[in-house]
Structures are given as C-alpha cells and as structure tokens.
Design a protein around this ligand. Structure first.
Ligand code: F6R
Length: 624
C-alpha cells in the first residue's frame, strides 16, 4: 500500500495493512519521510501487531528507533508479506531500501532474474542486506534516479521495470520526492484510491475504503504516479494508458466479522446468501447467461472437450463440475490441478474449453494454465470471485461467483459458490449444445435455487452438534474422509479443511479405493467421516458405502456419518450421525460440505489455532 496526502501516513498505512493482512502475514513494514530528507523504515517479523509495537506512537521520540517527524509524515508505504525468497525475518520484511536509505520499495510477486541483478549490483560494490528478490529493485531505482534526477521518479521506475523479469507489482518512494509515490504493476493487482487532496494505492480497495470509494484499477504493465493532487497513469513505455475508474459499492461491514470470533465462521454462515447471489440474474428469458462472453454461440457449440483447471479447494469444486457437465452435456470433461496441467502438454485446440476456477482470480498456477491454454488456441471460461482480476481478464468468458469478500484463508462460501457456478456453466453449455431443452434447463436452475434453503437448514440444524463433536475429537491423531461419486470431492475438501486449519493428518479417499490400500490405516479409535449418498438416488452406491462402513467399523474405526435425514439404514453404523436435508444428487455436496467446514474450524479452535490465518498459508497464492 502507498499513501500521499495530508493525513499522518503511518496511521493510514497501518489501518490499511490491517485490512490487507489476509494477503500475507508473516512480516510487515512501513516507510515514511523522516523530516530530515531521508526515510524512516520500520519492519517486524510476525503479524502486523509486532510492527505496531515498534512504531513511534507518542509524538515525542516513540521507541528507540522512532521519531516524532515520522508521525507527522504524510507520504509513505507499507506491506504485509508472504515470504517467497528468504525466511520471514525482520531484515527480509518490506519495505526494502537502497544503501543510502533514501529509496524504499514494497513488492508483490517474484523477480525471476533477481540473481543476475544481484550479481551485477554486487560487482559494482553494492552491499545487499536481505535474502529477498525485492531488494534489487531499490538499488536499481536509486541508480536510475541518480543518473538523471531531472527526468523524475517515474522515468526512473520505468528504467527499473525494463530490467525486471517475472511478476512484480512495486511501490516506490524516494526521499528527494517527498510528495510522490510511484507504483508499477505486472501480474499482482493494484488499485488506486482517489481522495480529496490525497491518493492511495493498494492491492485491494479494502485498504483505503475508509477514506475513499472512488478507485481506478491499474492494467497490466502500467505505472501510476501519485501526488496529493492526482494520479497519472502511463504504460511501461511512458505512453498515456487507459484505466478503468469504478466506485466501490460494497460495505466495509461486509468484511468485518459480524459478531463471530473468526471471519471463517461468519463466512460459513453466509453461504445461503453467497449461493443466491451467485445464481441471481443468470436465467434470462429461459436462458442461462454468463457475466461476460467474448465468444460467439457458434464457437461455444464447436467445443468438443472440456478441461477444468484450478488449485486446492477450487479444484474440488472443479471435480464436481465434471459430474454436472458430463451428465448434462454428454461431453468429456477432465479435471486437473493447474500446476500439473500446464507442464504436461495437454492436447488443446480451438474446440477445447478450459474452465479455470479461482476465487482470487490471481492464483499464479491457474493463471499460467489459462495462458498456456490460450496459446494453444483453446477457449477459456473463468469462474472467479474477484471482479476484474487477472484470470477473468485473460479469459474468453466469465462467470463471477458473488460470494463477497472472503477474509478467512480457508475457502468456504467461495467453494460452495464455485460449485453452483460450475453447475450454471454446465447448464449454459447444455443449452448451447442442445442437450437440454429450455424447460429442462429451467427445472435444473430451480433445483439449484433450492440449494440456498437447504444450506440454510443445514446451518440451523448441524452447527452446534458438529462443534460439540469436533471438540470431542480435537485431539485425534488423524481423521479419514470417505465418499463415492459426488461425495468423493466432498471427502477431499473435508480433509483439506482439516489439514490446513487444524494441522492434523487428514486424507480423503474414494470409498471404493479403501481396500486397495488405505484400509491399512484404520486402527482402533481412528475417526472416519463418511459422506453417504442418498438412499433414494442410486441405491447401489448407498449399499456399497454401507459395506465400506461395516469394513472400517470391524477394524475399530469411529464412524462419523453425514447422511440424508430419514436414512434409517445407516443409523446403526454411525457412531455420530450428522443429518442433512434430502436434496438432489448434485446439490448434496453443498449440504454435506457445510458440517465438514464447521468441523474443521472447531477442531482448529479447540487446538488453539487461528482459524482465519492458518500457518504457512496465504489467501492469494500469486507465486508458483
Ligand atoms: C483452501 C484454499 C485454497 C484455495 C487455492 C486456490 O481452503 O482456500 O486451496 O482454494 O489456493 O485459490 P483461488 O481459488 O483463489 O485460485
């Protein structure tokens, strides 16, 4: 984040960084003018509060390193880090400075040629003081500015970005330009906040929404020069660049915890709304419509194969897309984690549709998979929760999930919203291919709409009993999850939530695979969560899962069964029964996932962990 204006910059930055902490929280730092023609930089490993503890705060001398001038500074920058190069220590925290301490920079992304640049700087006698890829940018800027101070800071930044390779979004300040901040964007997002006599720049509007709701989104390879009077945007060659001004209309309250201890708990509860908002407006005159479509209907009709690419939880949503699209469209669908897809030379052409699913729309692996697909002439459809993010921008068609901001690092409401969005895509394709008539599409759509009530009922009925169960099992060594058919991705997702939040060994398996190996893991007292299909749908699947439960029970497992209300056949085999409403097959993953989210959150809380900020993770994974 950067600020230039009339308010005390340090305060603006700290408050802004608090809102951005979800993007990375292993260290933080700020740099402001020191009132003596230099910069005052404070950095601290750990959460933002560690930084706040070392900042000057009393208007006199503050801490040993702080100064009162810094408190009055009205220009500055700040950063919360998620380490890529070098461990999360004080010295690797941003901002980074040049040798004189007169240039400071913060950075998101990875400068891929930093080793060569480092060697070049070292050969010139520059001493680098951190392990980061970022620091080279500070030294390069100092050098470029010194070479021609009259050309200005923006020209110097332009010279620096011309030397960099990789992904870099950078914010620079120079002590000799106390009323100026210059930022450059390649890959990671950057938004400008336009105030009265003050300007902001940040990765996310949340950082400045308390001060202004007027924003400008920076495009790829653009540079913005901020002074209190305004912003000038140019491209990397210095030409005036086109920008997209917009007004932020979501309420900051929406990003607050709403009375819960953790954002994640609030976000779990928001799922009925997230589903309804995602569906809203997508059936127009009996036809399913996407948000953006830069493809003709004929181009869509020519599609003969679908790949779904995504990472983590979004990949699990993608697995469910396969069931829906193949069933409705009779077209082959392959689902793959994005990081594997792009390195395996998949067979793609202009009749291939690649569906990229990403909450953030920034995930580097997914973005690169999209780019690879497009290079091979495949069509790309994005499902994304972040308006204007890079993945939708680079796609031929977009369907946004309207789940609202998700602050908890673990995806919950964005997962269920992704699943419903996948189903919408399935219906849109079915109508294009003519494999479903309009009345059938409308019926399926109504079915999707019914999911909002069903999820609301799960929330009412299962949250408290599931939390009690989670507390009982919180000290378990491991938990296994089993499912079949659409219950299999639910099992994978349940296990991922528990791993990432409770740091517990958890694995999801296709129940049919049990006897091909995993059953050896079953031992006395091991909790196994089983996602039962409806006894009314494919009875054979239900039967098979009952047999699986018997097999694991016979070997001492504690069975926790998620089953449909009224499924009496399963009751004798369930040590703990979690009942969810009876819904259609494709909606079942939505209702069955909710208790597993609650379970993971409560196990984590019982073990004393920060549910919103699991260790080693970040909300947006913008590096590969
Ligand atoms: C897990 C989780 C991650 C993300 C993954 C992809 O709870 O949140 O596994 O799903 O990093 O992120 P997006 O959807 O932003 O591409």
């Amino acid at each position: 984040m950067g600020y230039v204006g009339w308010r005390p910059a340090q305060e603006v930055l700290v408050n802004g960084l608090r809102r951005l902490e979800y993007r990375g929280y292993d260290s933080a730092g700020v740099a402001v003018a020191d009132g003596k023609g230099g910069l005052e930089v404070h950095r601290a490993a750990g959460p933002l509060d560690n930084l706040v503890a070392v900042l000057p705060d009393d208007g006199v001398a503050g801490t040993a390193s702080g100064s009162s001038a810094a408190l009055r500074a009205t220009t500055g920058m700040g950063h919360t880090r998620w380490a890529t190069h070098g461990p999360p220590t004080d010295r690797n925290a941003h901002p980074h400075t040049d040798a004189t301490g007169r240039v400071a920079v913060v950075h998101n992304g990875i400068i891929e040629n930093f080793a060569a640049l480092r060697a070049e700087l070292e050969a010139e006698g520059v001493e680098l003081t951190s392990d980061t890829d970022t620091e080279v940018a500070a030294h390069l800027l100092a050098r470029a500015f010194a070479a021609d101070p009259d050309a200005g800071l923006t020209a110097a930044v332009r010279a620096v970005v011309a030397r960099l390779q990789g992904a870099f979004t950078l914010v620079f300040t120079h002590a000799e330009r106390p009323d100026e901040i210059v930022a450059a964007r390649r890959s990671s997002p950057l938004v400008v906040g336009v105030g009265q006599g003050e300007m902001f720049v940040a990765s996310d509007v949340a950082a400045f929404i308390d001060h202004t709701r007027d924003a400008v989104e920076l495009g790829q390879d653009q540079i913005v020069t901020l002074t209190p009077e305004g912003a000038v945007v140019t491209d990397f060659h210095g030409e005036t660049a086109k920008t997209r001004p917009f007004h932020v209309d979501w309420d900051i309250e929406a990003a607050e915890k709403g009375g819960h201890d953790f954002f994640m708990l609030k976000e779990i509860e928001e799922q009925p709304t997230a589903l309804a908002d995602t569906l809203r407006g997508h059936l127009v005159d009996g036809r399913v419509v996407l948000d953006e479509q830069r493809l003709s209907d004929q181009e869509l009709r020519d599609i003969d194969k679908v790949f779904v690419v995504a990472c983590g939880t979004a990949y699990h949503a993608g697995l469910l897309a396969k069931y829906a699209i193949e069933h409705w469209c009779r077209i082959p669908v392959e689902v793959e984690v994005a990081s594997e897809f792009r390195y395996r030379d998949p067979v793609l052409d202009r009749s291939t549709l690649v569906v990229a699913i990403s909450q953030s729309g920034e995930t580097a692996d997914t973005l690169e998979a999209v780019r690879h697909a497009r290079e091979q002439k495949a069509r790309v459809l994005a499902i994304c929760n972040t308006n204007g993010a890079q993945i939708p921008r680079e796609s031929d068609a977009v369907l946004y999930t309207h789940a609202g901001p998700e602050v908890g690092v673990a995806a919950t409401k964005t997962f269920t919203a992704q699943v419903i969005a996948c189903y919408l895509v399935g219906l849109a394709l079915a109508q294009t291919f003519g494999t479903k008539y309009a009345d059938e599409v409308a019926r399926e759509y109504a079915e999707l709409e019914s999911s909002t009530d069903a999820v609301a009922r799960v929330l009412e009925a299962v949250v408290e009993p599931t939390r009690a169960l989670a507390r009982e099992l919180a000290q378990s060594k491991a938990v296994l999850f089993l499912g079949r058919h659409v219950g299999f991705p639910v099992a994978l997702e349940g296990a991922l939530k528990l791993k990432e939040l409770a740091y517990m060994h958890a694995e999801g398996f296709a129940a049919g695979e049990l006897k091909h190996g995993p059953i050896a893991l079953i031992e006395q007292g091991l909790p196994v969560v089983v996602v039962m299909p409806s006894p009314k749908g494919r009875a054979i699947l239900h039967q098979k899962l009952l047999s699986n439960i018997r097999e694991i029970q016979a070997r001492g497992a504690r069975t926790i069964v998620v089953a449909e209300e009224g499924d009496e056949t399963v009751r004798p085999f369930a040590e703990h029964l979690i009942e969810v409403p009876s819904v259609s097959t494709l909606i079942q993953p939505l209702v069955a996932s909710v208790p597993l989210q609650v379970f993971a959150a409560e196990v984590a809380r019982s073990r004393g962990y920060d549910v919103d900020k699991p260790r080693n993770l970040a909300k947006s994974v913008t590096v590969e």
